[in-house]
Design a binder for this molecule. Structure first.
Ligand SMILES: Nc1ncnc2c1ncn2[C@@H]1O[C@H](COP(=O)(O)OP(=O)(O)OP(=O)(O)O)[C@@H](O)[C@H]1O
Ligand SMILES: [Mg+2]
Length: 304
């Protein structure tokens, strides 16, 4: 089983490390490998442009999946959609659902009560997982671009917290249904995207530690933007001695390669999950990353 053989991948990590780029590349790689794939992001509650939409050449994305390529659809997760669909599942009749959603009190509760934003996202995701078309699963794989670190843990830790508060009833049933997919290591995995630099590596180690306190299985780390190293170890050692104490053009780039290798070594040493390295590429990195990911797919078990 390779790392894309799951039903849901949550792509998390600190700001700016390339989560969105890697999410889109993973989804494209999976679609190209023959999987009916859905790529998602979490809707910005204030509106605003869609990050995955920009990379996919769409004006925006909505809560319903739209086709963006062969076997590839895109949509966003929106708490409101989740709330509406949940109410539809428990309240008889559309009029009542509409009335509930129009009620200021219900709206205030759903948007302000702790965890209810995440519950809406979670339920929307659940409906996407359930979706069928032509008598089979509409999407075999959902790749989700997670927002910042704290939100990732809020979403992955949500079922346990809420189940403690309300162990029975329709919300509990939905949470258990979602958990059965997300928290099954054969079906769900959270991947952490990071950069080969000291601080981002430390943050990735911390995020994995945070994840291990939730029931969400950790898939591994995607070490993005690894600078290419054109030197053999012998050349590197020779250059290293020669540069020492001299002012040499290119020293910064040379030292950066060295620092990246050290950061990777520390990461591999400190985490138990697989570390997949993705190269530093030019202005439009997605196609190159799709190629790099395809190489990992060929490795059996790459990513556990
Ligand atoms: N492997 C790569 N090689 C070169 N550039 C890359 C690579 N990965 C990402 N980038 C570039 O880094 C920038 C940030 O990427 P991206 O927007 O995917 O990060 P992000 O983690 O989603 O950021 P945010 O926290 O803002 O959501 C973009 O300009 C993107 O093109
Ligand atoms: Mg992003």
């Amino acid at each position: 089983m390779h790392f894309l053989d799951r039903r849901v991948l949550l792509i998390s990590g600190k700001g700016g490390v390339g989560r969105t780029t890697v999410t889109v590349a993973l989804a494209r790689a999976a679609a190209r490998a023959g999987k009916r794939t859905l790529v998602c992001e979490i809707a910005n509650p204030e509106g605003g442009p869609s990050a995955i939409g920009r990379l996919l050449g769409l004006d925006g994305v909505g809560p319903e999946p739209v086709a963006v390529g062969p076997r590839l659809d895109a949509c966003h997760l929106w708490a409101r959609t989740g709330h509406a669909r949940f109410l539809q599942s428990v309240l008889p009749g559309k009029a009542l659902v509409r009335a509930a959603l129009r009620s200021r009190a219900v709206d205030k509760f759903l948007t302000a009560a702790p965890s209810f934003h995440e519950m809406g996202l979670f339920y929307h995701l659940l409906t996407l997982l359930r979706a069928e078309r032509d008598g089979r699963r509409r999407h075999e794989l959902i790749v989700l671009d997670m927002p910042a670190t704290g939100h990732t843990l809020a979403l992955t830790g949500l079922p346990e917290i809420l189940l403690r508060l309300m162990p029975t009833g329709p919300i509990a049933a939905a949470l258990r249904e979602g958990q059965a997919v997300l928290n099954d290591p054969d079906q769900g995995a959270a991947w952490v995207v990071t950069l080969p630099e000291q601080l981002p590596v430390t943050e990735a180690i911390e995020l994995l530690a945070g994840l291990s306190e939730t029931e969400m299985p950790a898939g591994g780390v995607l070490l993005n933007r690894m600078p290419p190293d054109p030197f053999t170890p012998a050349e590197r050692a020779a250059l290293d001695g020669w540069i020492e104490g001299r002012q040499v053009f290119g020293e910064v780039a040379f030292r950066r390669i060295e620092a990246a290798a050290e950061a990777r070594a520390r990461l591999e040493d400190r985490v138990e999950v697989p570390v997949l390295t993705l190269p530093e590429l030019g202005d439009e990195p997605v196609p190159g990353l799709v190629g790099a990911l395809a190489n990992y797919m060929a490795v059996d078990g790459g990513g556990r």
